[in-house]
Design a protein around this ligand. Structure first.
Ligand code: ZN
Length: 297
């Protein structure tokens, strides 16, 4: 089965990359990542640079993602990334100048956006506006608050994300992270929204926002995407079926010990085998939507 990972990270200089200060792990090289892909049955990944200092102890550049993609054209596509505070730290900074440069080099989108600014901060809106103008989809990590973590900030029920979706109807916004996926259920609270809430889903904000705003898409990567589906397989089957055109298989592998892709694979495989979802839905989510987004077909 071919799968395309919408959410990949790899470092261009593994021998120079600092290790995580607590886990001792470091982000994978392209070789290490593709060998995990072979294990998980993944054909291709979308390399996402990380350019905001909140995110990690170091940065991953668009130039690195472009280089790794050119060295491994059968395994990687890439997004670029531009921090919303780049150029000259103003809401009127010309971010489009940089984005267009990377688009011309082959970038298919922007992300993972991890700046710890409010989703509707004028500098964030400046980035969303530039991406809309260039037709670049944006993959975002949503955070629950300012400080001590990374990601663009929104409150419970994602009112600021809704404001962005309303203001930029032509923007493709791909949601990711715990505070995004916990909104799959209406019983979300401030206490649990940055974790992995369990139990039956009562339809929540994600379905409502997806129905109202065609630009909103979902990234199934990481523990958050996997948990949102596996907590309630019956709800997941209906959700995946209704929004089959706007959900992307993803991994977010950050270390060699990550095994959550095996759980997501097993869950999606079991859903199609039990006829919870159709083969068509399964293929759209696993690779056809990504092929379309990346212009591969
Ligand atoms: Zn990530």
């Amino acid at each position: 089965m071919k799968r395309i990972d919408i959410h990949a990270h790899a470092v261009a200089f593994p021998e120079l990359t600092p290790r995580h200060r607590y886990t001792g792990e470091r982000f994978l090289s392209a070789e290490e990542l593709t060998s995990m892909y072979d294990r998980f049955g993944i054909e291709r990944g979308v390399l996402l640079p990380i350019v905001s200092p909140e995110a990690q102890c170091f940065l991953m550049t668009p130039e690195g993602a472009c280089t790794l993609s050119r060295q491994n054209p059968d395994r990687f596509s890439w997004f670029c990334n531009v921090d919303p505070r780049a150029v000259d730290h103003r809401p009127s900074s010309d971010l489009g100048y940089l984005l267009e440069h990377y688009k011309n080099l082959g970038a298919k989108g922007v992300g993972e956006v991890t700046a710890n600014l409010y989703a509707d901060d004028p500098k964030m809106e400046n980035l969303f506006e530039a991406c809309t103008a260039l037709g670049l989809p944006v993959l975002i990590h949503i955070a629950p608050h300012e400080g001590g973590l990374y990601g663009i900030i929104d409150e419970l029920n994602l009112p600021r994300i809704e404001k962005i979706l309303k203001k930029y109807p032509d923007l493709t916004l791909i949601g990711h992270s715990q505070p995004f996926w916990s909104e799959i259920s209406a019983d979300n609270t401030d206490e649990i929204r940055n974790g992995y809430p369990k139990g039956k889903v009562t339809e929540g904000r994600i379905a409502a926002l997806m129905r109202e705003y065609p630009g909103l898409c979902c990234d199934l990567s990481a523990g958050s995407g996997c948990n949102a589906l596996t907590r309630d397989p019956d709800y997941a089957a209906g959700f995946l079926t209704e929004f089959a055109d706007r959900i992307y298989y993803g991994c977010d592998i950050c270390a060699s010990f990550n095994d959550h892709p095996a759980r997501l694979n097993a869950f999606l495989d079991s859903l199609v085998q039990s006829c919870g979802i159709s083969r068509e839905t399964y293929e759209k989510i696993c690779f056809r939507n990504a092929e379309q987004l990346l212009g591969l077909n």
